[in-house]
Design a protein around this ligand. Structure first.
Ligand code: SAJ
Length: 425
């Protein structure tokens, strides 16, 4: 079986590697010469647990190669970005160009599977008319559909194999062919349905999480006002057998949860009211954090803030839609000097948004008036409050994730603040 994976990003690359490991001959296609050249050398440019090793092995074994242009294959998997435009609409241009790019390669019996998260109707309203231009009948000559990825960055390789997977076909035959394709490596259940249902499910899963986080963030604001610690309250609520409230924080980032709900709102603006409000609630969190930081800095001339962690979530190197980047922009607009520590980003950037970036927390804390824990990277588990306090101008810390040992910081002379908790902890 020859599989072509179009788009070698956070999803396409691991998928290509896992198909190769399962015995398929895989060609990864990407329009970035940097990515293609690196892959053909057996190297990767992104950080994901265990991925570099598998890719190297598959490339050396000749089962995985990369190309700038599509090649004939038995199955085409489209895993290109579906970003969001300024006015919160899905930008489908990469899906359109990827679908057009495979037209010269298609033959009767081929599978075309969209993996990219897309608005409902993408397979039947957007891809089908393009695929018809191949001269083949997409309903009878091809097997087309949507099989959304559901993997969590950081655990992609494990979740690709072990999660249940939806196989949505334009026709029932297409659904079963797609299920058969993924059976090559998926150990979880493969659930067959139509392509529109598959598209909706993917959006609904991420929207469920976004709405739940918005609820947690709203509770955090309520708790601050009511003098209650939201982290303790949520952990107690979650001891109820049917309650699972997510964690509040400085906002929701990433290319999925912060984006996908808008794809539902785009289609149904009049109906998707809770969904749109939740998005706005989560998007307002960096502004709330900036307000608290301002309060902590009041009276300090030429303030300097050290941000610990800028990625969109812990232990990844991905900055897309990171709420902490948004927070940094808000602080810079208020003339606050920023220093950054992020061990996952410091290996490839020396600055971010014009601020110095280092992997060393002590270097980042030198001369600072406030430490802000933006992302709970495991590397921040063993921060030493005494050493940090010694190099700072003012000993203050603001934890937006309830991650730091604030008691130990207080004992080291720090004034402490926690998102979602009363001023006096
Ligand atoms: N976050 C919170 N509170 C929480 C959980 C997360 O504020 O309780 C924030 C994180 O800090 C981060 C953002 O939400 O900024 C998103 O992180 P995440 O870990 O929830 O999700 P992603 O974007 O890394 O991955 C999600 C996953 N979807 C679900 O869990 C429903 C993953 O399974 C999907 O495959 C992925 O989106 C995707 O590609 O769509």
């Amino acid at each position: 079986m020859h599989i072509a994976v179009i788009g070698l990003g956070y999803i396409g690359l691991p998928t290509a590697a896992i198909f190769a490991r399962a015995g398929a001959q895989v060609t990864g296609i990407d329009n970035s010469p940097r990515i293609v050249d690196a892959l053909n050398r057996g190297e990767i440019l992104i950080e994901e647990n265990g991925l570099a090793e598998i890719v190297r092995e598959m490339v050396l074994g000749g089962r995985l190669t990369a190309s700038l242009k599509p090649v004939p294959a038995d199955a085409f998997i489209i895993a290109v970005p579906t970003p969001i435009t300024e006015d919160k609409k899905a930008d489908m241009s990469y899906v359109v160009s990827a679908t057009e790019s495979i037209l010269p390669c298609l033959k009767k019996g081929d599978l075309v599977v969209l993996e990219s998260t897309s608005p409902v109707g993408t397979v039947d309203n957007l891809m089908l008319p393009i695929l018809e231009r191949s001269g083949l009948d997409p309903k009878t000559d091809l097997f087309i559909g949507h099989s959304p990825e559901r993997v969590i960055p950081g655990r992609i390789l494990d979740e690709l194999v072990n999660n249940d997977r939806i196989a949505g076909g334009l026709t029932p035959e297409a659904a079963s062919k797609i299920a058969e394709l993924y059976r090559l490596f998926v150990k979880g259940n493969i659930l067959e349905t139509d392509s529109r249902t598959a598209e909706l499910c993917k959006l609904a899963e991420n929207t469920y999480r976004d709405v739940n986080i918005a609820f947690a963030n709203e509770l955090a604001m309520i708790c601050e006002s009511q003098g209650v610690n939201v982290w303790e309250a949520i952990s107690l609520c979650n001891r109820h057998p049917r309650v699972n409230i997510h964690q509040p924080g400085p906002g929701v980032g990433g290319h999925c949860i912060a984006v996908d709900p808008w794809f539902i709102v785009e289609k149904e603006p009049g109906l998707a009211r809770i969904i749109a409000l939740s998005r706005k609630t989560n998007d307002a969190m960096p502004m709330r954090a900036a307000g608290e930081i301002n309060r902590l800095l009041s009276g300090i001339a030429n303030p300097v803030v050290t941000i610990l962690g800028i990625t969109y979530k812990p232990d990844v190197d991905d900055l897309r839609e990171s709420p902490i980047i948004h927070l940094i922009k808000l602080l810079k607009a208020r003339d606050i000097k920023i220093k950054i520590c992020d061990p996952h980003v410091a290996n490839r950037c020396v600055t971010c948004e014009g601020a110095a970036l280092t992997a060393d927390p002590v270097e980042a804390a030198a001369g600072s008036d406030l430490l802000v824990l933006g992302v709970n990277h495991s590397a921040f588990c063993d921060l030493d409050p005494v050493t940090l306090g010694e190099v700072m101008r003012h000993r203050q810390v603001y934890d937006t994730r309830s991650f730091l040992p604030l008691k130990a910081f207080a004992e080291a002379g720090f004034k402490t603040a926690l998102l979602g908790a009363p001023e006096k902890l």
